[in-house]
Write a protein that binds this ligand. Structure first.
Ligand code: DX5
Length: 243
């Protein structure tokens, strides 16, 4: 009997799809009104907020310090995730947790000791996640899937919003989903970059359930709420979970 229940549990794990989350990048928002922009995103029905943290060294752009994020924390009770596109995430991690980020996403390419860095984030009380740039193979995360709650597959080269979606990353999304399932790890898979009405279905069908969108949300002529619900419906349909 135990074997049957065990097998059923495995099957349910493998077949029960993880919930879709539509996650705005605040990169394209009006930085002079960031508090109102965060509230507007919350009102539009997004699930979490992603802050693209850039240090001008890991990527050729510079954005938010922890104090900016801390100043926004009481504008919404939604989870904050910090996408740390920085050379030395270990030195900064505690500042972003103190600022109110529930999840820290570090780049495998920026970590000399990725396994240790992810463990450090967990010790800080945050959810560890790892991001892979387009040229980085899925095997880079093979030995840390047990340490993370999420893997982010970049679908653009990091640094700027509004870039074209790299569709060849869908194979990497599927590869990571298969690795996680085979190892019995229930993790979320996120994509970020060029996600919009014409690209989200491919990413979701490949296995992504966390979908980060920036410019596509602000480009929708029918407004943020329409953009969010449209993207959510497209992703759920692609994953066979639409209601
Ligand atoms: C790249 C950034 C962007 C941003 C969203 O470093 O991470 O991907 O979040 O960009 P778009 O506008 O393509 O959704």
């Amino acid at each position: 009997m135990r074997d049957q229940a065990h097998l059923l549990g495995y099957v349910q794990h493998v077949t029960s799809p993880r919930p879709v989350a539509i996650i705005p990048s605040v990169l394209p928002a009006d930085f002079s009104r960031l508090g109102e922009e965060v509230e507007a995103l919350a009102a539009a029905g997004v699930d979490r907020l992603q802050f693209d943290v850039m240090d001008g060294r890991f990527v050729p752009n510079l954005t938010f310090g922890p104090d900016v994020i801390a100043s926004l924390r009481d504008r919404t009770d939604m989870p904050f995730e910090a996408h740390l596109m920085v050379e030395q995430p270990d030195q900064l991690a505690h500042r972003y947790v103190e600022a109110g980020c529930e999840m820290l996403i570090v780049h495998a390419e920026a970590c000399k000791h990725l396994h240790r860095t992810l463990g450090h984030i967990r010790e800080l009380g945050a959810q560890p996640a790892v991001a892979l740039n387009p040229s980085t193979p899925a095997t880079e995360v093979a030995h840390v899937l047990d340490l993370v709650d999420m893997v982010l597959v970049m679908t653009v080269n990091p640094g700027f919003g509004g870039q074209p979606y790299i569709s060849t990353m869908e194979a990497k999304v599927a590869e990571i989903a298969a690795m996680a399932t085979a190892a019995g790890h229930e993790i979320d898979i996120e994509v970020d970059g060029g996600i919009g009405p014409t690209t989200i279905s491919g990413a979701a069908a490949a296995g992504a359930n966390f979908l980060v969108a920036g410019s596509a949300l602000y480009r929708d002529p029918q407004g943020l709420a329409h953009a969010v619900s449209d993207l959510r419906q497209r992703a759920a349909t692609a994953r066979g979970t639409s209601t």
